[in-house]
Design a protein around this ligand. Sequence first.
Ligand SMILES: Cc1cc2nc3c(=O)[nH]c(=O)nc-3n(C[C@H](O)[C@H](O)[C@H](O)COP(=O)(O)OP(=O)(O)OC[C@H]3O[C@@H](n4cnc5c(N)ncnc54)[C@H](O)[C@@H]3O)c2cc1C
Length: 323
Amino acid sequence: MSILIVAEHRDGQLEETTLEAISKGREVSRAAKTQLKTVLLGRDLSTTATELASYPLDEVLVIEDDRLEHYTPEGYSGALSLLLGEEDFSIVITGHTATGYEFLPRVAADLKKPIVTDTLSIEMTGSTVLATRMGYNGKVAVELAVERPDPCFLTLRPGGSKAAKRSGESAPVRAVGLDLSSVEIQREVLGYETPEVEDVDISEADIVVAAGRGIREEENLKLVEKLAGALGGVVAGSRPIIDKGWLPWSRQVGSSGKTVRPKLYIACGISGAMQHITGMKGSQTIVAINVDPTAPIFAVAHYGVVGDLFKVIPQLIKALGRG
Ligand SMILES: Cc1cc2nc3c(=O)[nH]c(=O)nc-3n(C[C@H](O)[C@H](O)[C@H](O)COP(=O)(O)OP(=O)(O)OC[C@H]3O[C@@H](n4cnc5c(N)ncnc54)[C@H](O)[C@@H]3O)c2cc1C
């Protein structure tokens, strides 16, 4: 039985979380030797469907209807429940976004099937789906084994997987004709308001330099900012730095902050608590600077500098020709 990804888009622009779900879904489908499909809901979707078909998928299903012109939880959940009444899937995945965790639990409840939300990893062995998510407010990683009730629903944490790349091929696109007359839309969408961007999005940055409690004083953040500036990166922080109000919440890395996967992550004076590691362990290259050689951050770092950040960072800035 195939795996289904529910694509999310805004005005036909695919969301990054959908590409992440495709990459995770592809991993699972390869291991389980099954097909990976996506479903796209909306109106006038031919361009979006063609774009979606360029990712590594076995098929793109398209459901077009006036009722789906704008995203509504009733429209998405109603259409998906009808689709799942006609076609069988082993698991159904979407992003753990404001919309994803609104419509998917409705479908699961409608069909009386289990759902695991905010998952970090998904595996499928035989008839069991293994999903990992954080529990107890980010204190423990919980692995849940769901005996596959076909389908098992999952929402995937944004930023937790790499985005899929185009395959260079084109997957078949199939229009699914569903009668949505029974789907009652209970709200009227007047339009979208895009919020003003107040700060940089650390989850989009290629280089992140993060400050931890080891910087001791707010004043010392300048040193970390200088290193980030020399590298063309952005400054982030561990939770104590945000709790002290030295950086806004939008810069917090970790289980109660953001998940980042930059090309380079430099942890300055960060011990490496599990709640922090969760948010940065997917970074391509991790460099840790810490005076304590036993600090847990060194277990995930590719390069470790055991030393005083107040000596190491100025030397790095100098080596970059900015000292
Ligand atoms: C529910 C919950 C959610 C949480 N969510 C998050 C989260 O999202 N993100 C997060 O980061 N934390 C989170 N935490 C907090 C987390 O448990 C840790 O307390 C926190 O990550 C520690 O931050 P730190 O590493 O900066 O500080 P510390 O653990 O105090 O580490 C400071 C480090 O700096 C080193 N150091 C000191 N001086 C120097 C120096 N001169 N040069 C170099 N190194 C030096 C020390 O050796 C030490 O390793 C959460 C906790 C809970 C309970």
